[in-house]
Write a protein that binds this ligand. Structure first.
Ligand code: TRP
Length: 442
């Protein structure tokens, strides 16, 4: 078997991890979740979750990955705990579910780049979304998106993922800053900022029970946690580095991008009088498209926005496919190109039902985010906190200039707060999924 691949540079690893984290979750899901859940009050709770749940779990995945130098399925065996392999299998399963529909949404984004240029949705954005979201066209764009993802993953870690991330991640940030700056010049900007940024404490205490699980789920999804993406990426690290500062960089940039996305989306919506609370899978495609249809430079803005969203979605999708491909390579010595094409083809087929029926897409999203990811994160935290604590602490402090003094606080947060919160979230999320499935399928 050839030597295992590694990242060429530290910045390459960080940008690839940021590329995974920054995606549809930040730009498509976050602003609308914020408005559905009451604006600034949600933002406060979300930031607390990112800091006290998301960041410690990111380090949990980094520790498992760097220690085992394996994909999530094989990592546990390599660490001497083969009984825990099932935790990695749940992660890989989550990957199949997530990427299959993520690619369908990615396909919509690709289509909207073209549709913005031609103004195809300008007459009636809602009706346009309804026609293109499902059907043969949606399947075709899903195929194109999946092919783009496979094309980069097939090339490998250094020349594929790392090189792509180095160009794509900075582009997303630059384009978002330009769009946010434009948003600041719009007439609805000040109203939008006060809605987005001034927390209403009455709202916070009144809705805390519904805000909590939504904020926890979003913190997890946006940081790509719970399915082993960060295990896989850190397994290619090779030499010693400071995991804490790498993790902090990833969390800080991801949070900044989500925050920036809010600064883009809300001024557009408030200026055009579009209700920001219009949630659901079509949110960005209908509400924001409505704003583009009415603004003077709408075509250009639409192209820039959806192009930026497409890049962000691609770098996230790479990471999910890489988890599964890495399993095939580590385990069976499968050739990277052959493995990538085979898995992409399977994912394409699994995604077809979601490209034909939005209820199926919503069901995939709910099962993956509310159950599989949270369960995965809970199991990984129990493993690191209680089962493999000594080795985990040892790995945490390994490397030049590591933040050794943080190892004890970290492991106790994982052992107590993280596990308790994820257990409650899993319970609430499972209830939610059962209700959703009863409403849509049964
Ligand atoms: N974090 C990405 C986003 O915000 C989505 C994503 C990529 C993801 N890989 C993941 C979510 C793994 C959960 C698990 O769009």
């Amino acid at each position: 078997m050839p030597a295992r691949e590694t990242w060429a540079t530290r910045i390459g690893f960080i940008l690839a991890a940021v590329g995974s984290a920054v995606g549809l979750g930040n730009i498509w899901r976050f602003p609308f979740l914020t408005s559905d859940s009451g604006g600034a009050a949600f933002l406060v709770v979300y930031l607390l979750f990112v800091a006290f749940i998301g960041f410690p779990v990111l380090l949990v995945e980094f520790v498992i990955g760097r220690r085992s130098e394996r994909n999530p399925v094989n990592a546990f065996e390599r660490l001497g705990k083969p009984a825990w392999t099932f935790a990695g299998v749940i992660g890989a399963l989550a990957g199949f579910v997530i990427l299959s529909y993520y690619s369908v949404v990615g396909g919509w984004v690709l289509r909207y780049i073209i549709a913005s240029a031609t103004g195809a949705y300008f007459a009636d954005p809602a009706a346009y979304f309804e026609t293109v979201a499902t059907g043969t066209d949606a399947v075709a764009y899903h195929a194109v998106f999946m092919a783009l993802v496979a094309g980069v993953v097939a090339v490998g870690i250094r020349d594929g993922l790392e090189r792509a991330a180095k160009v794509m991640v900075p582009s997303v940030i630059v384009l978002l800053v330009i769009l946010a700056a434009y948003g600041a010049t719009l007439s609805g900007a000040s109203e939008a900022y006060s809605y987005y940024l001034a927390p209403d404490l009455g709202e916070l205490s009144g809705n805390l029970l519904s805000i909590l699980p939504a904020a926890a789920g979003q913190a997890f999804f946006t940081l790509s946690l719970g399915m082993g993406v960060m295990i896989t990426y850190s397994s290619y690290l090779g030499e010693d580095r400071n995991l804490v500062s790498d993790g902090l960089t990833v969390v800080a940039i991801d949070t900044m991008v989500a925050f920036l996305a809010g600064l883009v989306v809300f001024p557009f919506l408030f200026t055009q009088g579009v209700d920001p609370g219009e949630g659901g899978v079509g949110a960005v495609f209908i509400s924001l498209a409505t704003a583009f249809a009415q603004l003077p430079a709408g075509r250009i803005l639409g192209v820039v926005f959806f192009f930026m969203l497409g890049i962000a979605a691609l770098t996230s999708a790479f990471s999910i496919l890489e988890v599964i491909v890495s399993f095939l390579i580590d385990n069976f010595g499968v050739d990277r190109k052959v493995g990538t094409i085979a898995i992409a083809a399977i994912l394409f087929v699994i995604g077809i039902p979601t490209a034909l029926d939005l209820n199926v897409l919503t069901a995939y999203d709910a099962v993956a985010n509310n159950i599989l990811l949270i369960l995965g994160g809970l199991l990984l935290s129990i493993f690191v906190g209680w089962v493999y604590a000594e080795g985990s602490l040892d790995e945490f402090v390994r490397g030049a200039g590591s933040s050794a003094s943080l190892s004890t606080p970290w492991i106790w947060v994982v052992r107590t707060l993280v596990i308790a919160v994820l257990a409650v979230t899993l319970y609430l999320g499972t209830q939610d999924v059962i209700t959703t499935l009863q409403e849509t399928v049964l």
